[in-house]
Design a protein around this ligand. Sequence first.
Ligand SMILES: NC(=O)c1ccc[n+]([C@@H]2O[C@H](COP(=O)([O-])OP(=O)(O)OC[C@H]3O[C@@H](n4cnc5c(N)ncnc54)[C@H](O)[C@@H]3O)[C@@H](O)[C@H]2O)c1
Length: 386
Amino acid sequence: MGKVRIAIIGVGNIGSLHASYLSEHKIEHAEIVAFCDTNPKKLEIAKNKFGAQYIFYSSAEKLLTNPEIDAVIISTPHYDHPILAIEALKAGKHVLIEKPAGVFTKNVREMIEESNRNPELTFSLMYNQRMNPTYQKAKELVEAGQLGELRRTNWIITNWYRSQSYYDSSNWRATWAGEGGGVLLNQDPHQLDLWQWICGMPTRVMGFAYFGKRRNVEVETEVTAYAEYKNGATGIFVTTTTETPGTNRFEIVGSQGKIVIENDQLKFWRTVIDETEWNDTYTGGFGEPEVWEIKIPVLFDGTTGHRKVVQNFVNNILFDEPLLAPASDGIYGLSISNAIHLSAWKQRWVDLPIDEEEFLQELKNRIGSSKKKKGNEKILDTKNTY
Ligand SMILES: NC(=O)c1ccc[n+]([C@@H]2O[C@H](COP(=O)([O-])OP(=O)(O)OC[C@H]3O[C@@H](n4cnc5c(N)ncnc54)[C@H](O)[C@@H]3O)[C@@H](O)[C@H]2O)c1
């Protein structure tokens, strides 16, 4: 294969962004060849924007029969990610899906099983924030034991501000039937993934969620979750789409140090002696271990995370470059998301791994009473939003 021939399924806000850099030849060894959208207006907009030289499909089923397409990027609403990914894998295409991996883990598990049956096909997930060097550095420091044993994590992620007009811009948005969740499922998959990618999976969570708070929507717009880990560490995750100015502050505390990531900067403090050891030997009453602030170089190369994920996807197909965001990883963040929802709905602790059937039943109850929205579909300007 000379160049990977890519098609985009779902040419809305983010599908158009992926199409832009692909059509501008910003991804090496790859070219965009086709577009698919079930909404004819979106196809027309894509034709006008990118040119009529591509192939345009109104159904993914048809597109997947074209042998001149090697790979697809699936950027449709969430429920369709696992359904279309399974179809595409069965049709022999390499697949890159948008986040979240799906709405419920049962479905995502089936998708991963299909991928396992096709190990020759590359299957990746658009976790573009994994490409952010501050998070990569935090992961490196935690894994190298630089913080000692993890004790507490705290992520306040309230700068995903979304107005009512955003929620009204697509009929699927912010409904149980169309989207399957709110801030946890649409905006936070990045943070829920990074949280577990860096700190590991919690063993149980307690979630408090507010549905339709300050926005006319069915799903959650504000959440606080408390998590416990196997080693006794604890975590707090606070999120909303209705606060401005918002905060994005991720704090990780261990027995030997602390990392704070805020305003795209990583700060690292290290206690010279591990707190447990210091406490066991110190006899002076008041006092505290000596702490050093250590400057950690974190270099940005200016490339957006989305482009890096697509380039990595292409390089994996052609040159076996290790995948930075394998789609199978998508189940972890989604499990935490599902657990927080379930906990908030049932008002009790939820153990991980979750009871998938119980979650699905609760979700189906909400889908059953979900209201169909009517309105105009719009493509929004996505500059500086993700
Ligand atoms: N990684 C990121 O930074 C990022 C950013 C935005 C959105 N997303 C994700 O991308 C997905 C799409 O979000 P969006 O904001 O672009 O939504 P959107 O509504 O603007 O676009 C979705 C498009 O998919 C089309 N579509 C729906 N079902 C289809 C099907 N079965 N086959 C073909 N086309 C179909 C719709 O007509 C629409 O044009 C969501 O899952 C969202 O979470 C990711």
